[in-house]
Write a protein that binds this ligand. Sequence first.
Ligand code: 6GU
Length: 274
Amino acid sequence: MRIDVVSIFPEYLAPLELSLIGKARQDGLLELNVHDLRTFTTDKHRTVDDTPYGGGAGMVMKPEPWAQALESIAASQMPANSQDEPTKKPVLIVPSPAGERFNQALAYELAEEEQLVFACGRYEGIDERVIEWADEHFTVRPVSLGDYVLNGGEVAVLAMVEAIGRLLPGVVGNPESLVEESHSDGLLEYPVYTKPSSWRDREVPAVLLSGNHGKIAQWRRHEQYRRTAERRPDLLPEFDAGRLTRADRSAFGELGYDVVDGQLRRRPDGDLPA
Ligand code: 6GU
């Protein structure tokens, strides 16, 4: 995969040289280029912003430096398929609190792409005409990390590149660890423990020391249900409950959820399990 990031603070992206993502770049699994938006300005002061039409607080990013930056990225060919079939449009991700929500499903979807470009806005955002114009060269997706406001897209790009990059083949040493983690099946992860088995008068749950792999798997599954019901009940209506065992249904029953047409349904408060 190739990733290009455009920012007025390229140094913000330096952590992508570390750890798993840094290693993936060294190993050639990921090509990542960071571009300074100001190198695409033409005035002496390298201006990237101006006052908003219609008035209001803050500044807006000028369109022309963005057009120059994005055109230069679109024109730089992917070395692998420069003479092959017409290449797929790269995806242009515009980090913004006004975008669609980023989640694990979107990370998996974007991990399938050949080329991603991230356009980090600052101030009040980028002139909207850039977003419209860009679909000539790119599939444009405004994306948000969550319902809060950051000062710019850079921190969001760090999060998204890490979430996407770790899904690329060969980046995470043991691909098994991708299967059991939070959100891979629409539930939160079960709690984990290591040695010593007794620590400051707290014991590791006995089932984990039992050696009974069936029981351990069931306990972990039911801990996932309990945690998700407690911390993220909003995830449960999306969970595919069609293939749950009787024991699984009964675990959800004790948490106040029934299975109706393969979907979990919260029982009205106070009702007893059916
Ligand atoms: Cl992706 N960008 C910015 N600037 N703020 C955000 C965000 C993204 N996600 C949540 N807040």
